[in-house]
Design a protein around this ligand. Structure first.
Ligand SMILES: [Mn+2]
Length: 487
């Protein structure tokens, strides 16, 4: 085993011992985690491990670790004796130390975002500190998983949640949707725990739950003349003589015979190629699919990608608690709630998508950037998802960095979500850096995230100034990328 992994696991053990020490002392423990799928699964993983150890704990899910939240947390230090931050915290080390007296209240950070500042007094497990890639090779849920595994070997089954978290953060970017780095070890753990199965299939959404034509209609990656075109999806299936129903029931992608699957795959790839989609991208509709074999067949949690999507919907629509309950194993009430949340989320997203195409005057098109101004139109919890989605359906450009803007709840602040693509990142574009560097130059702006996706909270009156700086940074990055490629 490589030394960097040794060092990472040694640190994981140190974290595990600190958590166990807290449990032994009957400390009241508070988990603070991020609103997205990775954050929710990370909190679920720590939550289950604490529950199993009969610890006293609470979970709070937040959008971003901002100063006002830390101020509130500091008031809780009269009873909370251990804070565990998951999928956030590394980017806010200085703020954490400012508000929490780490002598009196222990602080553990389990994160995979690039650390900013020094950790003195804080116990931090983060792949970046061990030269392990935190963008693709390990998620916040993965970091949390390794900490719980070091607490107790029976937490091996929490690996499935870590897989879901990594999918949520789009880390399944190896060949054909495989994982890389430490994430592959988590997948192996989940397989050995007999809760996960990996095979190759069409990577279409709703593979195990939705009628085939609907999976095609909502396909991501985008398939020209298929995605978003229900009639064309029907027509294609009829042409290929693939029955849509079995008896009264709609068939799903998972129900296809080998023969039908082969026909459908080759038809979809051919169509993409005919429309000029690069071969590699066209082939990428086939790849690893991850099945959670203990979940109900045909249910919303059976496919790990759908489980991830479901948790994201819960978080985005303000029902993070339902997501946590799902992670903790509630398949009664929470499951029913989640089904309803999912259906609302789909409706909302498709309404929003048409909202972008109906309001093209809200799109500013610059050389290297496209900006969609969704203030007053789009909820800030959904703006990031929306600009990504708009890009995969070609409403926004895939060749540029896109920024989405929405009001925060109080309109004194705006939320800015920046998104790159894998291709842009491979050229050297880093949206997280562009946003953070701009934020550092303007008082009152908070930013964080990764090379491919990042966000900022900006005082409304600083919007123009901030965006100009971000544009400058992005232009500079594109300039360097172009120079590098011509050298
Ligand atoms: Mn994450």
């Amino acid at each position: 085993m490589e030394e960097k992994y040794d060092n990472f696991f040694t640190k994981a053990k140190e974290v595990a011992d600190a958590i166990k020490e807290g449990i032994k002392n009957n400390d009241q423990i508070k988990i603070i985690s991020h609103l997205d799928t990775d954050g929710i699964t990370a909190a679920g993983i720590i939550g289950i491990s604490l529950y199993r150890a009969e610890a006293d704990f609470h979970i709070q899910i937040i959008r971003q670790l901002e100063e006002n939240i830390l101020a509130t947390l500091s008031e809780e230090t009269d009873h909370v004796k251990l804070f565990i931050f998951t999928d956030l915290g590394s980017g806010q080390l200085e703020l954490v130390k400012k508000y929490i007296d780490t002598e009196a209240t222990k602080v553990i950070i389990l994160d995979h975002h690039p650390p900013v500042g020094t950790e003195d007094g804080v116990l931090q497990l983060n792949p970046h500190l061990f030269e392990i890639n935190g963008s693709y090779d390990l998620s916040g849920a993965g970091v949390s998983y390794f900490a719980t595994l070091a607490m107790d070997a029976k937490n091996l089954d929490l690996s499935a949640l870590a897989v879901i978290g990594a999918i949520g953060d789009r880390q399944d970017k190896g060949e054909q949707g495989a994982f890389t780095g430490l994430n592959t070890r988590i997948v192996e753990d989940a397989i050995s725990a007999k809760i996960l199965e990996v095979k190759k299939d069409l990577r279409l959404f709703g593979r195990a739950t939705r009628p085939i034509h609907i999976s095609l209609e909502y396909s991501d990656p985008y398939i020209p003349s298929i995605t978003g075109n229900r009639d064309a999806c029907f027509k294609l299936l009829v042409e290929l003589q693939i029955p849509l129903k079995k008896g009264d029931e709609w068939r799903t992608i998972a129900d296809l015979t080998t023969d039908e699957r082969t026909k459908l795959v080759s038809a979809l790839i051919t169509r993409s190629l005919q429309h000029g989609v690069p071969s590699e991208k066209a082939q990428s509709i086939v790849g690893n699919v991850f099945t959670l074999i203990k979940e109900k067949k045909g249910g919303i949690l059976r496919d790990a990608r759908e489980f991830a999507y479901c948790l994201n919907a819960c978080g985005r629509l303000g029902y993070a608690g339902v997501g946590i309950a799902l992670c903790m194993g509630d398949r009664g009430r929470a499951y029913k709630d989640a089904e309803e949340i999912l259906s609302n989320y789909r409706t909302q997203l498709s309404d929003y998508l048409s909202l972008i195409s109906d309001n093209t005057e809200k799109i500013t098109d610059l050389e290297n950037l496209q900006i969609f101004d969704g203030k007053g139109l789009v909820d800030q919890r959904i703006i990031g998802t929306l600009v990504s989605l708009a890009r995969s359906s070609n409403t926004l450009s895939s060749e540029k960095v896109v920024l989405g803007i929405a009001f925060q709840e109080d309109e004194d602040f705006i939320k800015i979500s920046g998104r790159a693509t894998e291709k842009l990142v491979s050229m050297g574009i880093d949206v997280g850096k562009a946003l953070s560097e701009a934020a550092a130059q303007i008082e009152g702006v908070e930013a964080g995230g990764h090379d491919i996706a990042a966000g900022a909270r900006v005082p409304a009156e600083k919007e123009q100034e901030f965006i100009q700086l971000v544009c400058k940074n992005i232009d500079k990055q594109f300039g360097l990328a172009k120079n590098a490629s011509t050298e």
